[in-house]
Design a binder for this molecule. Structure first.
Ligand code: AKB
Length: 314
């Protein structure tokens, strides 16, 4: 079936790589990169670009009218750390952006919508280890609150309007192509840049802060696998737990030392992101994704470290 895909938030950490992969699969002209800024990624892979602000309904409607998309990926969001600096703006973008897209998806008969959730939907009362799909969820960041509310809206639109919305609860995503933007897990990307540039890194999270993480290649593959799965296999219409690996800053530093023996890690201390990290799971049980659409992670900590250092050295 012919696909026209809108990727809103195409210039972010996920969008940069997702657009490239979707264009490889569906063809450059079928994938419309949308963002509030023009993209600066590899133009060999170029295709259409539209300025889209998800909070501007007229703008979003005009783009839907122009392309009549079959699928929309909505990636525009304010992440956990930045969200705490401007809670109302984070709520507005994360929530009203989603509602605008869900409403236009119905009006324009969009077949599928993808919207990312996050491990931030869990909170201090959630189990920390092997956190299950269904458990206490008491997020205490505005980002986590907006993601949990967004999950409920996704399931609501599926049940009440029959809209095929799909979602994953991303852990921290590690990539070398585009920088992460304002999250609690960003240290796991910055550490590689500083290891190569300075031979040392000052972490804003403490040595033993274990968090769920994933290499971007796995995240992109998993996202597309979920979107291509037959609708009958998608039993979770809120958002799937989605796991890759989990590690602490100290474990990541030890892995980096296998390539850069003198690498030094120290800690800045007293960073508000520590409290956010403390409220999140240490590891995730993603059995629903495994059982429903056969999710399998490929990258573990050693493989991810090797890939990151190899690509960033080039
Ligand atoms: C963040 O740290 O805010 C994000 C996330 C885990 O959703 N990377």
């Amino acid at each position: 079936m012919h696909e026209t895909i809108l990727v809103i938030g195409a210039n972010g950490q996920i969008g940069t790589e997702l657009v490239t992969e979707l264009r490889n699969i569906y063809g450059g002209s079928e994938v419309v990169a949308c963002d509030i800024r023009r993209p600066d990624y590899d133009t060999r892979n170029a295709g259409p670009f539209e300025f889209v602000n998800v909070l501007d309904k007229d703008n979003l409607k005009a783009v839907c009218q122009k392309y009549k998309p079959s699928t929309i990926y909505l990636l525009a969001a304010i992440l956990s750390a930045t969200g705490e600096q401007n809670p109302k703006l984070a709520w507005d973008l994360n929530m009203n952006g989603l509602l605008n897209v869900l409403d236009f998806a119905i009006e324009f008969n969009v077949r599928k919508v993808y919207w990312p959730s996050s491990i931030a939907v869990f909170g201090p009362g959630s189990p920390k280890d092997n956190t299950s799909q269904f458990c206490v969820m008491d997020p205490n960041t505005v980002y986590g609150i907006s993601k949990l509310a967004g999950e409920r809206w996704c399931e609501y639109y599926f049940q009440k309007h029959g809209l095929d919305v799909r979602s994953l609860r991303y852990p921290g995503l590690i990539s070398w192509k585009a920088a992460p933007g304002g999250g609690t897990t960003d240290y796991a990307v910055h550490i590689f840049h500083d290891a190569l540039k300075k031979g040392s890194y000052s972490s804003f999270l403490s040595a033993d802060t274990r968090l769920p993480m994933m290499y971007m290649d796995d995240a992109i593959r998993g996202t597309i696998e979920l979107m291509e799965a037959p609708a009958a296999k998608v039993s979770i219409r809120s958002s799937y737990n989605f796991a890759g690996m989990d590690f602490t800053p100290e474990e990541l530093a030890s892995e980096i030392r296998k390539h850069i023996p003198d690498f030094k890690l120290d800690y800045t201390g007293r960073d508000p992101r520590q409290l956010i990290a403390n409220s999140w799971p240490r590891s995730i049980d993603d059995s629903f994704a495994k059982n429903d659409w056969n999710w399998k992670t490929k990258f573990d900590l050693p493989q991810m470290t090797e890939e990151m250092l190899t690509h960033l050295k080039k």
